[in-house]
Design a protein around this ligand. Structure first.
Ligand code: ADP
Length: 398
């Protein structure tokens, strides 16, 4: 049983073909620069790689290129499209309608379209991916897996903003949260690995990548998360500012002669690690600069860790306790110095790091807390594609 996973962006399309008998990746790749001159396919299969330079008009042509690569005698992974049992699509925004993944039907497509104002960059791209697949594989079932769905269990006190309630009623203005597929995968794995199956658990998941968010999970269900109406809210990220006083928008607009849209774009794309350090949005580069004595880079890392630490404290208070902290995504899985810095000063909560375990745990599951730490601290690599594939398989009922 083979499942194709599609993650469509506005000018890119990522894919993975997964064999569900053992959840192995048969092939994966990305089509870049869709609709822009200089289109490119980078495809990998087993130990091999294949690249193709070709201008690609739109997502439908991109899907055609992907299928050609998957069917190729030399670098492909299947001999017929019918071997693909279903396609799982990552979709950013499911608003309040989707609390779980679902089979894609016309009403589902209509709802994803309806939520375009909430996900103006991603939802149209996700829809292009879905329509492109439907065009080239009209008989294959498709499933939508939403980034927002896992957070739909948040109570009103966590998801409503302190703005007039009619804005929520009229315009759906509330906190939604993102990275839900990752938070769901990692929190479920934590419950299993840390011995909380069938027991009560209070876990904070720290998804720290280029985009970063934290979630508070009680008994496997999300009760709060750091991203909001859009992914801009929360902790400091690669290029996003995270939490700011909203009045900053008007102030910057006036001082820098920008429109509101330009300021929000600045807060999304030119802020965070990049904007503060002036070095890079990539944590490895910021560390390298800090190690070389760059003061602003050092302060940036301090601010980054401090804000994550504050969220962990807030979530312990929100949940009325804390059993575990789990780190995942690029920084969370690999960067032991960043993890140690975040946890500094959390001893009062019962957090005690095992420095040797922390230093040696990279991109692998394992505990990094000391045996006598009352809060377990773990690294659990995320796997959004497997999570999407599992949902897809379950929903097509094979
Ligand atoms: P995305 O949100 O784009 O999926 P990732 O989860 O891949 O991002 O995380 C990217 C971040 O992870 C970058 O800031 C990068 O520096 C960081 N990262 C990746 N590997 C390492 C590593 N070995 N050490 C420190 N940071 C790392």
């Amino acid at each position: 049983m083979k499942i194709l996973i599609i993650n469509a962006g506005s000018s890119s399309l990522k894919y993975q073909l997964i064999d569900m008998t053992d959840e192995s990746i048969l092939a994966k790749g990305i089509v870049e620069r869709i609709g822009i001159p200089g289109g490119k396919l980078c495809h990998s299969f087993g130990d091999g790689k294949f690249t193709l330079d070709k201008d690609i008009r739109d997502h439908t042509q991109a899907m055609g290129v992907v299928l050609e690569a998957l069917l190729d005698e030399d670098h492909g992974a299947i001999s017929s499209i019918s071997e693909i049992a279903a396609v799982g699509h990552r979709v950013l925004h499911g608003g309040e309608k989707f609390t779980a993944s679902c089979i894609i039907t016309q009403p589902v497509i209509d709802a994803i379209e309806e939520y375009i104002p909430l996900g103006p960059l991603h939802n149209p791209a996700n829809l292009m991916g879905i329509r492109a697949c439907q065009a080239v594989m009209p008989n294959t079932p498709m499933v939508a897996v939403f980034d927002t769905a896992f957070h739909q269990t948040m109570p009103k006190k966590a998801y409503l903003y302190g703005v007039p309630y009619e804005f929520y009623k009229k315009h759906h203005i509330r906190r939604y949260g993102f990275h839900g597929t990752s938070h769901r995968f990692v929190s479920a794995r934590a419950v299993e690995l840390l011995g909380f199956t069938g027991k009560e658990s209070k876990i904070v998941v720290c998804h720290l990548g280029n985009g970063s968010s934290l979630s508070a999970c009680v008994n496997g269900k999300c009760v709060d998360t750091s991203m909001g109406l859009t992914p801009l809210e929360g902790v400091l990220m690669g290029t996003r500012s995270g939490d700011v006083d909203p009045a900053i928008v008007e102030y910057i607009a006036d001082s820098e002669h920008m429109t509101v849209g330009e300021v929000v774009n600045f807060l999304n794309k030119k802020s965070g690690l990049l904007g503060l350090s002036g070095v890079s949005s990539d944590m490895r580069d910021v560390w390298a600069a800090a190690n070389a004595g760059n003061e602003m880079a050092k302060i940036t890392i301090d601010i980054w860790a401090y804000r994550i630490r504050k969220y962990i404290g807030a979530y312990a208070a929100a949940m009325g306790g804390l059993d575990a902290i789990v780190f995942t995504a690029g920084i969370g899985e690999n960067d032991c110095r960043a993890r140690a810095l975040i946890l500094e000063g959390l001893e009062f909560l019962g957090v005690k790091l095992d420095p040797a375990a922390n230093d040696s745990t990279r991109a692998a599951e394992g505990p990094i807390s000391a045996p006598d730490s009352t809060v377990q601290v773990w690294v659990i690599p995320t796997n959004e594609e497997i999570s999407i594939a599992r949902d897809t398989l379950e929903l097509i009922g094979k």
